[in-house]
Design a protein around this ligand. Sequence first.
Ligand code: PGA
Length: 250
Amino acid sequence: MKKLVIANWKMQMTVRQSAKAAKIFARRKWPAGVDVAIAPSYLAIYAVREALRGSSIQLAAQDAYSEDKGTFTGEVSPRDLKEVGVKYVIIGHSERRRFFGETNEMIAKKIEGVVRNGMIPILCVGETAQERKLGKTWEVISEQLTVGLPGTFPKRGLVVAYEPVWAISDGRVGNPARPSDAAEVHGDVAALLKKRFGKASDACRILYGGSADANNAASFIVEKHVDGFLVGGASLKADSFEGIVDVCSL
Ligand code: PGA
């Protein structure tokens, strides 16, 4: 299975800056053995799509609403994301859970919407510092997975991103997990997926996210069940992002 690296640009760049960065990314030669995608902010999605034409980089989205159409002012339909060429959709990012009150139940519905529209969901899970301190890491993550995951394995594929909330950077400085701690959670996630989906779960990629960068990526990727990265801060510049992708191609 190919490794996967997703650039999550969050709300860090303007539309113009995103288009410019995407052009720079598109000019680089990305290794054929790694799937690479960029999740720009919504308003930049067309500009980034155009900039990525002819490159192997795929388009991703940072979120989607659960319904395809209707009276939902301000929401973004997964049907529209499909129409504009989005392949992967991040769902349940800890910033969505924390700042916008998303619950596991809401996230489950959003995942269904992504799958129904033929895109690949990236379900984000992870514990806070407090939850880890209290020894509740797996309790929290297993609940996020049990409620959030779809009933049957999605035909187009499924991605889970383990992102310890305390390890996610503020865009500049971060505090990554220890690779061995991440590996423990990744192993538990793989076992839960196996129990739920059987053999089909082999097609699910489990990404690590939380201050991943070109310097530490190698120490994560050697761990079992680490199938790539969801990258925030280090994805804003082509050089640092490329360093992470390169590690995945070795
Ligand atoms: P970070 O963000 O790489 O800046 O820690 C990761 C994420 O939030 O997806």
